[in-house]
Design a protein around this ligand. Structure first.
Ligand code: NAD
Length: 476
């Protein structure tokens, strides 16, 4: 069985120990990946550190051109990498482009776009103040070496969100992919490294412990983390010890609120994908749906019709739209939350029981009859289950949306954009979408508040987040 390798200083690097990559649709072992040693983590950081001054000193236009070249490499290798995403992560291959069902090919298309956009952005010198006596210029300098820790739900896309702005701004990177979806990412970095100077992007792999070595190392200048809240807290502690800044993209429990004047038929498809994108395994999926009592039955019915018509199966097979849950830990969590809802007397509108192996398949599940405080409402399910909660007053729905220690996204659905905007501004979340959910864009800053983290990615703000300001202040 093939063992795929890390890239450190432009070279393939293995390890004495390795682990299996499992296909969540079949349970088969796909290949093996190295468990990096602590010495290899140090080696990767040293390589990144050695490469950083030369990388930052290159003319901006050169870094821009090389970043654009990465987009070409991604495009050329998209069919190969998309197969890894499907086999390792589970999402079906699907189509390409913004109008397609978002599967693995869509993820690769996203990687290309989220490379081209930061590549095309500039951070010009800003004049913060000027009068007859002085001129204060603000320059944006790279931090140095960035540690990036990625999750398993959109493994390649999130790695790209971490790598590309970092290198565009003159940093170098050591990335650790999730132990559930390692190989696709190792292959992505191997391929993009071929067009970059040695040491600019490096990988290490293995369980959380390998990540903890990486983020605790004093050779790291900034940490970008996407993953769960509990891990985020451990990383924030490690960062505090070294006085290192972090970007924390943590879990969410996004509320979607359907106002009384919404049109259930018109919004149903948008709501459905807002909740079930990537089998619900998306940080900014709608995870609690609050529907006004006047529209409740129609909305539930419209969602049920869509959920029951969506083909689910091995994502390598043609025509599949939904795949398995990515791993056993997440599968067990979804099962436990749905069982807790049943015990609390909830109504299972559709789904609600695992379809049986092989693979971690769980049907798309709609649950009604729950109230705030139920586990399925209050805990992030991160899977193909949506609790739909009836409300009668908009004030109550807003209070429900705001009552949890999570604030990544939210959405408001209405036929009246101004009314929706007024409700949106009362919701505590980094992004509140209107008549759409989870519709991120490479030019628009994205990040959470409260327990969902801090800092933003994407656009100019995302690029600034991987730089530190330096003021040059001149007396006239
Ligand atoms: P996780 O926290 O279990 O793991 C994330 C990564 O952290 C993995 O690579 C893991 O190996 C590593 N890790 C574990 N312990 C570590 C430690 N002590 N030090 C350093 N690294 C360590 O999260 P997950 O299960 O992979 O991802 C699911 C979660 O991520 C969900 O809560 C989801 O909402 C969240 N998420 C958030 C966003 C966002 O942008 N806000 C995006 C995707 C996923």
């Amino acid at each position: 069985m093939k063992t795929y390798l890390n890239t450190i200083n432009g070279q393939p690097v293995g390890s004495d120990k390795s682990f299996e990559s499992i296909n969540p649709a079949t349970g088969e072992v796909l290949a093996r990946a190295p468990i990096s040693t602590q010495a290899q983590v140090s080696e990767a950081i040293a390589a990144a550190r050695a490469a950083q001054p030369g990388w930052a000193a290159r003319p901006d236009a050169e870094r821009k051109a090389l970043t654009m070249k990465i987009a070409d490499v991604i495009k050329q290798n998209a069919p190969y990498l998309a197969e890894w995403v499907t086999r390792e992560q589970g999402k079906p291959l699907g189509g390409v482009g913004p109008d397609q069902v978002p599967g693995a090919r869509f993820e690769l298309w996203g990687c290309e776009v989220w490379t081209q956009v930061p590549a095309s952005l500039d951070l010009p010198v800003e004049v913060a103040f000027e009068d007859d006596t002085r001129r204060d210029e603000v320059y944006r300098k790279p931090y140095g070496v960035i540690a990036a820790i990625a999750p398993w739900n959109w493994p390649l896309l999130i790695a790209i969100w971490q790598i590309i702005p970092s290198i565009r701004a003159g940093n170098t990177v050591v990335l650790k992919p999730s132990e559930y979806t390692t190989i696709g990412t190792l292959e992505l970095v191997r391929l993009i490294s071929e067009v970059l100077p040695k040491g600019v992007v490096n990988t290490v792999s293995g369980p959380g412990e390998v990540g903890s070595w990486l983020v605790s190392d004093p050779g790291i200048d900034k940490i970008m983390f996407t993953g769960s809240g509990p891990t985020g807290k451990k990383i924030a502690e490690a960062a505090a010890r070294n006085m290192v800044p972090t970007t924390m993209e943590l879990g969410g429990n996004d509320a979607a609120i359907v106002l009384p004047d919404a049109d259930p038929k018109a919004m149903a498809m948008g709501l459905f994908w807002g909740a079930f994108l990537n089998m619900g395994q998306t940080c900014a999926c709608a995870k609690r749906l609050y529907v006004h009592e006047s529209l409740f039955d129609q909305t539930v019915q419209a969602l049920k019709e869509i959920a029951q018509a969506v083909p689910m199966g091995n994502g390598m097979d043609d025509g599949m739209v939904m795949g398995p849950i990515q791993n056993k830990m997440q599968f067990d969590k979804v099962v436990a939350l749905v069982e807790s809802a049943k015990q609390a007397g909830a109504t299972i509108v559709c789904g609600g029981n695992p379809t049986g192996g092989p693979g971690y398949f769980y049907p798309l599940t709609l649950v009604t009859g729950l109230k705030d405080g139920a586990r399925l409402v209050d805990e992030e399910q991160f899977g193909p289950v949506l609790p739909i909660i009836k409300y009668s007053s908009v004030d109550d729905a807003v209070a429900s949306a705001n009552r949890l220690d999570a604030g990544l996204g939210a959405s408001v659905w209405s036929s009246d954009l101004e009314a929706a905007r007024r409700v949106a501004s009362r919701i505590q979340a980094g992004t509140v979408w209107i008549n759409q959910h989870g519709m991120i864009h490479p030019m628009v800053p994205f990040g959470g508040i409260k327990g969902s983290g801090y800092g933003v990615e994407f656009g100019i703000d995302g690029l600034k987040a991987v730089t530190q300001p330096q003021v040059i202040s001149m007396k006239k």
